[in-house]
Ligand binder design. Structure first.
Ligand SMILES: Cc1cc2nc3c(=O)[nH]c(=O)nc-3n(C[C@H](O)[C@H](O)[C@H](O)COP(=O)(O)OP(=O)(O)OC[C@H]3O[C@@H](n4cnc5c(N)ncnc54)[C@H](O)[C@@H]3O)c2cc1C
Length: 457
């Protein structure tokens, strides 16, 4: 069946757009789920029947039309950096890779709106925008490789979220969506309707064009401030986060020993043995003043990079932020994994939560927080490292956080509806309309069983 399908697909997208060899199929059927030992055990053997990489929306329409007619599941993939198996095909079928849909289509220099195809990398957009005096509102620490369709479909926020919020906070002006039906029609959606596609794991339709709202570029410089005590690092970071007059793009807090995992930063002399490190992106010429504010908290400036070197050096500080932090930890010791949660935005309450968790975990936890704003509210997001590889202690750690009033977005499940960040009914309504046969990434929403049509495939 897969051989026949490959022949049909080759007629649509050409020889170079179809991958059937075992290695390519394995690579394109995976994402970064291996950060979770739980997902690793569940997803490692899940494979597509073949990979298809269309070069145009017209080709993709033909692929979708054929798949819809035959009841073949389709899972869309950007760069495959998602952490929850978002683009792993649970029921085989076609993985559509968007890497050849990589054109910047339009840019309005007056409003700062850029229109792109879904496979354009975040880094490509950021560079294009900065050259023209604009920048992305927010981007994931995987910005160099992640595709815009993948960020919107599977991401949340990241660098810039302390200033401009997350994906739900005006990131998109509109999207062009391809419905998963034999007709394979496209629809342009804006306003509230785009929420049906944000963090929806590609279950509600295929985004083929995205209009992204940019913000005026700021010349950013980078700084690391080290603190003997994580509690003081948090108190300082909190008041910096609250201060609207001090522009910043990143406030990333890392408890010792996490800074020791950041090898390039260690080699650059940017960390102090035994101390917490706060990684900052600040407006040009503001580092000295911010470092002075940190001094009463015991903070010491250990690393700076000027605005002229932004995104141009051997590394960026964002390479150690968000889930890159976990990556550096796993490189040092594969026994680490992580949790995602929200601590209290009140620093003293957050410190109580931290000390309760310290009592619970002992040395099997290392705290990592990121300050962001969501819907205007300050949020203390956490990607704590925990030193467990078994499901039981991981879920005991989640339960303990919930007892302490910490909301957890479990990164050890591939189920979209287990994630408190998804948009629920809006996604289900979009899914019912644009993916009526549940052929897109089936199995990712627990309440949406496979249809008879897909089951026959
Ligand atoms: C080291 C590391 C750091 C990370 N840091 C961050 C971070 O800072 N912030 C953050 O939010 N995430 C982060 N992530 C998670 C992930 O990198 C981001 O979500 C990223 O933006 C995903 O992009 P991608 O192109 O790799 O998407 P993929 O993994 O390819 O896809 C993600 C989801 O989007 C769907 N999708 C892809 N394209 C489309 C489309 N055209 N239409 C509809 N659905 C589509 C897929 O089906 C899948 O469900 C991190 C992951 C890693 C491994």
């Amino acid at each position: 069946m897969a051989t026949d399908l490959a022949e049909v697909m080759r007629k649509i997208v050409g020889e170079k757009g179809v991958f059937t060899d075992a290695r390519s199929v394995a690579v394109f059927s995976r994402d970064a789920f291996y950060y979770s030992p739980v997902l690793k055990a569940q997803l490692e053997d899940k494979l597509a029947d073949l990979i298809v990489a269309p070069q145009s929306v017209a080709e993709l329409q033909k692929v979708v039309s054929h798949a819809a007619r035959e009841g073949i599941p389709v899972t869309v993939r950007g760069a495959g950096t998602g952490n929850y198996g978002q683009c792993v095909p649970l029921h085989g079928g076609i993985v559509v890779s968007t890497h050849r849909l990589n054109r910047i289509l339009d840019f309005d220099g007056a409003s700062g709106v850029i229109r792109v195809e879904a496979g354009v990398r975040m880094g490509q957009i950021e560079r294009f925008a900065r050259e023209r005096g604009w920048e992305l509102r927010c981007y994931p620490s995987t910005w160099a490789t992640a595709a815009i369709g993948g960020f919107v479909g599977g991401g949340f926020g990241g660098v810039g979220s302390i200033r401009n919020g997350v994906l739900w906070d005006g990131f998109l002006k509109s999207i062009a969506v391809l419905e998963m039906t034999e007709e394979a029609k496209t629809h342009t959606l804006e306003g509230h309707d785009v929420f049906g596609f944000i963090h929806a794991y590609g279950t509600s339709g295929i985004m083929v064009g995205l209009e992204v709202s940019l913000v005026p570029a700021v010349p950013w410089e980078e700084a690391v401030i080290c603190f003997p005590d994580y509690a003081d690092a948090l108190r300082f970071s909190h008041q910096l986060a609250l201060d609207e007059s001090e522009a910043k793009r990143l406030i990333s807090l890392n408890e010792w020993p996490i800074p020791s995992f950041f090898r390039p930063l260690v080699d650059a002399g940017g960390i102090i043995e035994g101390q917490a490190a706060v990684l900052l992106e600040l407006a040009e010429d503001r580092t000295t003043a911010v470092a002075e504010r940190a001094a009463p908290y015991g903070g010491k400036l250990t690393y700076t990079a000027p605005a002229s070197a932004y995104h141009k050096g051997k590394f960026c500080l964002s390479d150690f932020s968000w889930n890159h932090t976990t990556l550096w930890a796993m490189k040092t010791d594969p026994g680490w994994t992580y949790l995602q949660s929200r601590f209290s935005p009140e620093p003293e309450k957050a410190l109580e939560q931290i000390s309760a968790l310290r009592a619970f975990h002992g040395d099997k936890v290392a705290f990592h927080h990121e300050y962001i704003r969501q819907s205007g509210e300050l949020v203390l997001a956490a990607l704590d490292l925990i030193y467990y590889q078994d499901k039981e202690p991981i879920y005991a750690a989640i339960a303990r956080r919930e007892e302490l009033g910490i909301q957890v977005a479990d990164p050890h499940t591939f189920l979209l509806d287990a994630d408190p960040r998804w948009s629920g009914e809006v996604v289900l309504a979009a899914r019912a309309r644009y993916n009526p046969h549940n052929l897109l990434n089936p199995g990712k929403i627990s309440s949406q069983p496979l249809t008879e049509k897909a089951r026959l495939w």
